[in-house]
Design a protein around this ligand. Structure first.
Ligand code: EPU
Length: 302
């Protein structure tokens, strides 16, 4: 989708919104897949209500992108513009056991920054790619930790209401890879309440999780983490592996040889390749075990 109207472009500039025409979503997502559209980079939260008013007045559809690490974007010219928050500097402030973190901050850097200040609890999240806002939206978790456990307060832009709201952690429901946020809520800032722990001890936990991850997951390859949610009481990766599907490929979309719930882009995979592979694996698992795997990855179809 292209914003060509000079009047709209000038209003965007007045709001401090940077317009990057024809941006490739493949370069903005960890899977390296996705077509092109206009990217709007936002530096001031305060500009959001006016920005969304402007887009809606002109019937311009939009989507919010976080770190792009859990999304599979369609191919070709995309029928919506993409909004992305620019990371401020600094990304976070500490006050006692509370960390006030900008939603656009990198999750891994947040974990290590807090660790250096003797604040722990999130060791298991090291190695989970993406932003703090993205992790919160889907309650990212690993190795027995989930971010929702530490959320004290969230500042969120509620697109449906056109206003910024502050929610307490206990007003949000955090479930397995799911939260009560609306799909068009945009995370702005999060306050995490973290337990005090000596840096050395946190570092030990971080190293153990890093080691586990390195030995069981494909690092350094283009992926969106796990493709499917684990069904109750089972591991999607193990079910897929037991069917001998590791290495199964469609074009450059491939079931990882290391962890069968990671699907990797080995070169120039298209969304169509990846979606076909997802559908095929889901079907085979259902046929063999009677279990219908649910996507964990968020699909942006055009
Ligand atoms: N397994 C296999 N073959 C495989 C993969 C796994 O046999 O190809 C077996 C393992 O040997 C193990 C069991 O399945 O006995 C569970 O595997 P693992 O410990 O890797 O955990 P998982 O259930 O596959 C979950 C999360 C991961 C998270 C890890 C570690 C989901 C969908 N996955 O994976 O999260 O990193 O636990 O806590 O909840 C993600 O959310 O994107 C993600 C990767």
């Amino acid at each position: 989708m292209h914003i060509t109207d000079a009047q709209i472009r000038s209003e965007l500039a007045k709001l401090g919104v940077e317009l990057l025409p024809g941006s490739s979503l493949a370069t903005l997502t960890s899977l390296g897949i996705g077509g092109t559209t206009d990217l709007l980079r936002i530096s001031k939260h305060k500009a959001l209500p006016a920005l969304l008013d402007l887009l809606e007045r002109h019937h311009i559809p939009y989507k919010f992108l976080g770190g792009g690490s859990n999304v599979l974007v369609d191919d070709g010219e995309l029928p919506w513009v993409v909004l992305k928050l620019i990371k401020p500097d600094p990304e976070l402030r500490l006050a006692g056991n509370l960390a006030h973190v900008n939603a656009a901050a990198d999750l891994g850097r947040t974990v290590t920054f807090c660790a250096r200040h003797n604040l722990g609890g999130m060791e298991g999240l090291i190695g989970v790619p993406g932003t703090v806002g993205g992790a919160m939206r889907m309650n990212a978790g690993a190795y027995g930790t989930q971010i929702g456990n530490y959320v004290r307060e969230v500042q969120v832009y509620r697109a449906a209401l056109h206003k910024i709201e502050i929610l307490r952690g206990d007003q949000i429901s955090f479930e397995y890879r799911h939260t009560s946020f609306a799909p068009d809520d945009m995370m702005l800032e999060v306050t995490l309440g973290l337990p005090s722990k000596p840096y050395k001890e946190i570092l030990k936990g971080i190293r153990i999780c890093n080691e586990k991850r390195r030995s069981s997951q494909p690092m350094g390859q283009k992926s969106a983490g796990c493709i499917f949610k684990n069904p109750p009481g089972a591991s999607a990766g193990r079910l897929i592996d037991e069917l001998g599907l590791k290495g199964r490929s469609i074009g450059d979309a491939r079931v990882s040889d290391r962890h069968a719930n990671f699907f990797v882009n080995t070169g120039q995979a298209s969304a169509r390749d990846m979606l076909t592979l997802i559908a095929e694996v889901r079907e085979q698992v259902e046929k063999a075990y009677g279990v219908k795997l649910e996507n964990e990855v968020v699909v942006w179809s055009s």
